[in-house]
Design a protein around this ligand. Structure first.
Ligand code: 5GP
Length: 122
């Protein structure tokens, strides 16, 4: 899939839409999900234009990959999630129910989390 420059996270990165920022560096931006599914629900996105993890893992530079993954871990530490634990998840494509076509890692925590995969909604 070609990258859509008008996806909502691209607009957030360009500052065209506000976000509730948690962390930022040259590689990535972390902000609160607008529709939280847990007590803590934060999204971490790379600054580069990558559709999903498949695209990122194939096409990003080693520096971008290291910088992004380190920022995911930094964000979890900033959020105070590392002692009790948390979940990091990325949805990919149709079967993964990805809604926004810019790579994002969901960080869920601040509570006991349920089963990892629920049956699909009808
Ligand atoms: P996906 O299903 O693509 O993995 O998840 C997309 C996530 O982005 C959803 O959890 C949704 O609530 C969140 N989201 C969609 N639009 C916005 C927005 O404008 N701002 C923020 N902060 N989150 C958004």
């Amino acid at each position: 899939m070609a990258y859509d420059e008008n996806n909502i996270f691209a607009k957030i990165l360009r500052g065209e839409i506000p976000c509730d920022k948690v962390h930022e560096n040259s590689h990535a931006l972390a902000f609160k999900d607008i529709n939280p599914q847990a007590a803590i629900h934060v999204l971490v996105i790379p600054k580069g234009a990558y559709v999903d993890l498949t695209d990122f893992s194939a096409n990003a530079s080693a520096e971008e990959i290291a910088g992004f993954i380190r920022t995911v871990g930094e964000t979890a530490r900033i959020l105070g999630m590392t002692t009790d634990g948390y979940r990091a998840l990325t949805n990919i494509g149709e079967f993964g129910r990805q809604e926004v076509p810019h790579l994002h890692i969901h960080l869920f925590g601040g509570q006991q989390l349920g089963r990892m995969i629920k049956p699909p909604e009808k």
